[in-house]
Design a protein around this ligand. Structure first.
Ligand code: AMP
Length: 355
């Protein structure tokens, strides 16, 4: 199925990822139609059409599905049932979404596809948290099975006495308990996969987080990551194939002493891939549009000596004047209005010349 330029791509979710997808789609001659419950989502500012609707509003989703030629999603915390109404127009499919939105399903799936995850168990009660502390040891981290992102829904247990506080701070919800990984670095594999199973792989960025939020991605990554990149690329491609994924897939890894450990997967473009706009021949956003529209994938090769992407979080964005005045800094502002703490307001990418 080829969706030709001029057609309309529906995007469920209207945040900054939808915004950058819309910009990439426009470059290829497509129109985008955003579906989002908010009054004025930032993607709608750069799209041809916008429907305001709840993610579980079947009637509104059906009308949206009728109005678009193909549909995709820009975040994974969406109810799966109503999206069935989009039928085969939805790419990636619902399997990618369902697996990625439940941390227990995700870990089982990763293990079944040949990836390694940190030792883990599900926990549904405080007694099970205590048992996990006993069996997995400390430090361990509790993560709610659903609706966690940017460190939300997570609590560390660094000694047994912290278990009760951690369980209460995640709202005593169904969760996974996961052993703390002693890693040398964090990195991600970002790949695009088309319906005919061809795959384009980006250089893996090394990622630095603070307070559970990505702060910086750097390409090329350091030696600890590069030593594991080929194995991680294989693991990520295996997961993409097992999901029959169409579009961009991101797999986040820890570079541990004994090899790559998968942290989590995102069935979509990812913050750690924003550097590809300036740093790669075809960006992650363009690759996703190409994949979901059935066009040939572009080249994921570096077109610079490397790139460093810094997120502008909360008040960081107030420094925009200096950044736009900095030669060579590519500034992306998401149009979100007043900054709020921990909110991703924009990013800036600096590319290095080719050696
Ligand atoms: P997540 O939301 O799962 O991506 O977690 C956010 C960040 O918390 C990760 O990028 C890591 O920096 C840290 N983290 C999460 N899980 C673990 C773990 N099992 N061991 C060590 N650090 C972790």
């Amino acid at each position: 199925m080829t969706i030709e330029p001029g057609a309309t791509i529906g995007i469920v979710g209207g945040g900054q990822l939808g915004r950058m997808l819309s910009i990439a789609a426009a470059q290829l001659g497509y129109r985008c139609h955003i579906y989002d419950p908010h009054e004025r989502p930032v993607a709608a500012d750069v799209a041809a059409a916008f429907t305001r609707g709840a993610f579980d509003d079947g009637d509104a989703l059906r009308r949206f599905g009728d109005a678009v030629d193909v549909a995709t999603y820009e975040f994974e915390n969406l109810p799966v049932g109503p999206l069935r109404l989009l039928g085969p127009k939805l790419r990636p499919g619902l399997k990618s979404l369902a697996v990625a939105q439940d941390r227990a399903e995700e870990k089982r799936f990763i293990e079944a596809s040949g990836g390694r995850v940190a030792p883990w168990t599900t926990v549904d009660s405080f007694e099970q948290v205590e048992a996990a502390v006993e069996n997995l040891g400390v430090p361990l981290v509790l993560k709610t099975r659903r609706y966690g992102y940017d460190g939300k829904g997570q609590a560390w247990v660094r000694s047994a006495v912290e278990a009760a506080q951690a369980w209460s701070s995640i709202g005593e919800q169904p969760a996974v308990a996961e052993a703390g990984v002693d890693f040398a670095a964090e990195f991600s594999i970002i790949l695009a996969r088309s319906a005919d199973a061809s795959v384009a792989r980006f250089e893996p960025p090394q990622n630095e987080h603070r307070d559970g939020i990505l702060r910086r991605s750097t390409v090329p990554a350091g030696p600890a990551v590069l030593a594991q990149a080929a194995e991680a690329q294989c693991v990520a491609a295996g997961i993409a194939a097992a999901l029959d994924h169409v579009g961009v897939l991101t797999v986040e890894f820890f570079a541990a002493a004994d090899g790559p450990i998968v942290n989590e997967i995102a069935p979509r473009v990812h913050n750690s891939g924003h550097w590809t706009i300036e740093g790669a021949a075809a960006s992650q956003f363009e690759q996703h549009i190409r994949a979901v529209c059935g066009l040939p994938l572009g080249s994921a090769q570096l077109r610079t000596g490397g790139a460093v992407m810094d997120n502008l979080i909360g008040d960081d964005v107030l420094g925009w004047r200096d950044l736009v005045g900095e030669p060579g800094a590519s500034v992306h502002l998401y149009g979100k209005g007043a900054p709020r703490p921990r909110r991703k307001m924009g990013h800036v990418t600096r590319v290095m010349p080719r050696p």
